[in-house]
Design a protein around this ligand. Structure first.
Ligand code: ATP
Length: 249
């Protein structure tokens, strides 16, 4: 008899922020925030320009130090850990701007992403080959250099490069920015499929509310330094007052 299949989305908290206060100078951007994300969930992080979405992602990944509070991954307090240690523990961030190494080929960029976590060359090659099955457009462009790619292909490469190291949690900042709707839909579909298949946990900051909610289990809306809504994605999408007040449509 085969072993029972684990459900991909669990109710166990994988990532949490507790009492998080973050600011640069002056008033805090985010104040005393609590947020828990179960393993395998896809959470859309929404809010107007300047609401603090990027700041929150950068704090989770360790690029910004909070004034107070902590970031916890699988029960381990990450607050004092470096960015590198957080990556080793399974966090990956794809920052806004889809940066890839312009002088390297698609394949070399992917190997670079794998270098961190997968020590053997053979294993790295296998991880990249596996990724091409999901990212078919990248497989076709594997010999192209970063600077030869379209905006959509670069975003796809930035996403694939983060995933090749098999993170547990992906922090994704505005992947849709500046891309055509068709390309955004393709990216979102890849993300949804990957999360479902692998149990990857995703925190997706997006201005493109409709696209983000179309693949998310849950939506978290930031406004005035705090969480103003945290609900199933369908409920957020169906709430005109919330959309109008905080999401601009
Ligand atoms: P957007 O969707 O426009 O990227 P956001 O929700 O991601 O917005 P943040 O980029 O986190 O918001 O910005 C939140 C606030 O913090 C804004 O008022 C912004 O001006 C400020 N801010 C962001 N980065 C810095 C920084 N490095 N130094 C000072 N202030 C900053």
């Amino acid at each position: 008899m085969s072993a029972p299949t684990e459900p991909v989305t669990t109710t166990r908290t994988l990532l949490a922020v507790e009492g998080l206060t973050i600011g640069y100078s002056g008033a805090p951007v985010i104040e005393d925030m609590d947020l828990t994300i179960p393993g395998g969930a896809v959470v859309a992080l929404l809010g107007a320009n300047g609401a603090g979405k990027t700041t929150l992602l950068r704090t989770v990944s360790g690029l910004v130090t909070p004034r107070a509070g902590r970031v916890v991954l699988d029960g381990v307090d990450l607050t004092a850990l470096s960015v590198e240690d957080r990556v080793r523990r399974g966090l990956a961030q794809v920052p806004e701007g889809r940066s890839v190494v312009a002088e390297l080929s698609v394949e070399e960029n992917l190997h670079l992403g794998a270098l961190w976590k997968i020590p053997g060359r053979k294993e790295r090659r296998a991880a990249v080959a596996e990724l091409y099955e999901t990212f078919e457009p990248l497989a076709r462009r594997r010999r192209s250099l970063g600077h030869q790619l379209s905006g959509g292909e670069r975003q796809m490469l930035a996403l694939a490069r983060a995933l090749v190291a098999r993170p547990r949690v992906l922090l994704l900042d505005e992947p849709s920015l500046g891309l055509a709707p068709r390309v955004v839909a393709q990216l979102m579909e890849i993300l949804r499929e990957t999360a479902q298949r692998t149990g990857l946990t995703v925190l997706l900051a997006e201005q493109n509310v409709t696209s983000a909610l179309s693949i998310a289990d849950r939506g978290v809306v930031l406004g005035l330094g705090e969480i103003v809504a945290d609900a199933p994605a369908a409920d957020i999408a169906a709430d005109p007052a919330l959309r109008h007040a905080y999401l601009g449509f």
